[in-house]
Each structure stands twice: as structure tokens, then as C-alpha cells.
Write a protein that binds this ligand. Structure first.
Ligand code: TRP
Length: 378
């Protein structure tokens, strides 16, 4: 894959269902950049949403937090608003290697869908489905595995990293073949745009390689290939630190969940690490903790972080935290209310997943039929 360049794209659209307003600040969340130098994929999508199909997804590992929201969810809602066709995979086959997660699969998968819907994904427009509910997607793994060498898999930096951080002592085959399975996620629906974080680029590169090799090895009689080569849509995710000053992360217990209530939010932010300088400034390099809090308020209020900092002035950490708490609770209030409403009806969430699986299965079956035809399967 070519090294992604930071091509600044257009303004991001508002978060739903909170008050819509187009961000116009440097804190503009998730301004997309593309994985191809010089190409403004975002602009292309805006001009012709119908020519693009998005596939993205998450592992059901636990409740999403504010970092996820400003890093990816908001961008998905923006893409949805552009009218682009979108598939969102609940990657349940990517968590079964972790025993603790595997034991809470249904809870985490349904929780993930709740977070999606609360953030504004519309199940009538986006196809939300779980890996394990789409057999034809999974069957693509077999021909795809034949196109990738064991040495290539061993070199994959994301796999190496995942293995290094795994609680498992032995690396199992599923973990080793994740990137190829992820290629099946992307290619089953012939997605050509994949919004991901930087850490996922090696996986996307595998999907591109698999698509190219498959098309070369099994050309259509008319010379075309079955699969498009997917492009990464990188979000310039704002760096939000956790309340302890480290990276905001589900597993570190330092994150404010999307679903946290107003009091919990206040408590978590009150306990956030700051520094002793009473004058509040936005200076991420010199004052990472204070600046992250300023940024969080700025993202919620759709304002420049410098402006937020100036307004607090000499108010010190206490005033900063009050501002952040109010901003977060105001911005996420409607989403939380909607989430709570939806959470009361689990049968609806299961229905969303069933409907999504039905649509994904129709697409996967058609792709698998094409794959079998060009392979000469009988
Ligand atoms: N591996 C991704 C993650 O850890 C989740 C994922 C699974 C995904 N399949 C995908 C992302 C396909 C993009 C495209 O976040």
C-alpha cells in the first residue's frame, strides 16, 4: 500500500442525532484523509456517492467511548448522510480467540449495535450484521487463504502486535489468519472504501493484495476482475487521552463511555489528570492532559480548542472540568437517552442484526456464486 498522505478533505458533517452544525474549526473531528497520495477520496465520494460502497466495523469487545465516537462513529454518520451505501460488520469472529470476550459475545455484540444506533447509524440505510451470521462471507476465506503465503502473514505488523498483546500463550490459526478473514469482510460486498484507523492499514493492504491476486488468477471471461481494490479512508482521529493521561482505551478503565450517564461523566472528568498551571491553554505538546480536556469540550461544542481555552482563561482545572462536563453531557445527552430507550427493547436490536444479516447474506451469496463460477467450481 502506498503511504497515506494527509490530504485535508472537506468539512465533516454533524453528529446525529445531536444538534447539527458543520464543524468549521481545527478540531473538526475525523477529517478524512485518503490512503492514496494526491487523491481526495472524500471529494470523490461527495461528488458521486452512488459509485462507492463502504465496509467498516468493530470487534465487539465492550462499550464504545468518546474516543471511538469522535474517531470513527461520527465519520460513519457523515458518510451515511452523503447517501453512500454502507456495511458495518460486528466482527464477532475476531474476538473468539479471547476467552473472556467469547463468553460475553451476545452482550458485547448487542451493546455495539446500541452504540451505533445511538450515535446515529440508521439500520434502514446501513447494513449492520455479525460475521458469524453470513456463511458465504466466511466461505470466501478458503480461496483467499490459498492466495497468501504463511511468510506474508507472519510479517503482518498488526498481527504481530495483536499477538504480542494477546493474553493467549500460543498463537492460534484464527489469529494468524485475521487479515485474510478481514479481506473477506471487505470483499464479500465489493466495498471500495474502508474507513479505518492507521493501525488497520496492514490489514487493508492484505485485502488489496487478495483482490488483485484473485482477479489475476481467476479472470472473468470478459477480462474483468470479480473484486475491486478497496481504498482506505483514514480519519484524522483527534487524540483524546483517558482520564489518567494515557491513551483512552476500553481496557484501561480510563475512558468515558458513550453510554455513561451525566453523573458518571462528571465524576470521571473530575478525577481526570491535569496540571497546576491555573491558566488554561491549548498546547497538546507541552500540556497533553489539559489540552485533551480542552479538545474534548471543543469537539462537543464544535468550536476551536483555542477559543475554549481562552474563555476559561485563569479559571484553572476546576473551571476547565466544569466546562468539559457540561459540554459532554449536553452533546451526548440526546444520544444517551436514545440508547437507553433502545436498550429497553433487546428484541429490536436482535431484529436489526437479523435484517442486516439477511441483506448481507444476499450480497455474500451473489459474490460467492461469482467466485465459484470463475473458479470453475462444480
Ligand atoms: N479489525 C478491526 C478492528 O479491530 C475490525 C474489523 C473487522 C474491520 N473487519 C473489518 C475494520 C473490516 C474494517 C474493515 O477494529
Amino acid at each position: 500500500m502506498t503511504v497515506p498522505t494527509a490530504v485535508p478533505a472537506g468539512r465533516t458533517a454533524p453528529a446525529a442525532p445531536a444538534a447539527p452544525a458543520t464543524p468549521t474549526t481545527s478540531a473538526s473531528p475525523a477529517s478524512p484523509v485518503v490512503g492514496r497520495p494526491g487523491a481526495d477520496l472524500d471529494e470523490l465520494i461527495r461528488r458521486d456517492p452512488g459509485a462507492h460502497r463502504v465496509l467498516t466495523g468493530d470487534r465487539p469487545t465492550g462499550p464504545l467511548h468518546l474516543g471511538h465516537y469522535f474517531g470513527t462513529l461520527q465519520n460513519r454518520v457523515r458518510l451515511q448522510r452523503l447517501g453512500i451505501e454502507m456495511f458495518v460488520v460486528v466482527a464477532d469472529y475476531q474476538v473468539i480467540t479471547d476467552r473472556d470476550l467469547a463468553d460475553r459475545l451476545a452482550e458485547h455484540s448487542e451493546g455495539l449495535v446500541l452504540d451505533y444506533l445511538a450515535a446515529g447509524l440508521d439500520p434502514d440505510r446501513a447494513t449492520i450484521f455479525a460475521h458469524s451470521a453470513v456463511p458465504a462471507l466466511n466461505q470466501l476465506l478458503l480461496p483467499f487463504l490459498s492466495l497468501v503465503s504463511v511468510a506474508e502473514l507472519g510479517r503482518n505488523p498488526t498481527v504481530k502486535d495483536e499477538i504480542a498483546h494477546s493474553s493467549q500463550s500460543a498463537v492460534n490459526g484464527l489469529m494468524f489468519t485475521y487479515p485474510v478473514h478481514q479481506a473477506a469482510d471487505i470483499l464479500f460486498c465489493k466495498a471500495n472504501v474502508v474507513p479505518v484507523g492507521q493501525d488497520q492499514l496492514p490489514h487493508l493492504e492484505v485485502a488489496r493484495t487478495v483482490a488483485r491476486r484473485f482477479n489475476e488468477r481467476y479472470p472473468h471471461p470478459d477480462g474483468s476482475g470479480v473484486f475491486p481494490r478497496p481504498e482506505a479512508l483514514l480519519s484524522a482521529a483527534p487524540l483524546l487521552l483517558g482520564t489518567d493521561g494515557g491513551k483512552m482505551s476500553k481496557s484501561r478503565g480510563n475512558a468515558v463511555r458513550l453510554s455513561a450517564d451525566a453523573d458518571t461523566t462528571a465524576r470521571l472528568i473530575r478525577g481526570a489528570k491535569t496540571d497546576t498551571d491555573r491558566r488554561i491553554t491549548y498546547d497538546p505538546a507541552a500540556r497533553p492532559e489539559v489540552s485533551s480536556l480542552v479538545l474534548l469540550a471543543a469537539l462537543c461544542q464544535d468550536r476551536a480548542p483555542e477559543l475554549v481555552a481562552d474563555e476559561i482563561g485563569d479559571g484553572g482545572a476546576a473551571a476547565l472540568k466544569r466546562t468539559v462536563t457540561e459540554a459532554v453531557n449536553e452533546h451526548f445527552g440526546p444520544m444517551r437517552a436514545r440508547r437507553a430507550e433502545l436498550a429497553a427493547d433487546r428484541s429490536y436490536i436482535r431484529q436489526v442484526l437479523r435484517d442486516g444479516a439477511e441483506r448481507a447474506n444476499a450480497v455474500a451469496d451473489a459474490t460467492l456464486a461469482e467466485v465459484r463460477a470463475v473458479m470453475g467450481s462444480v
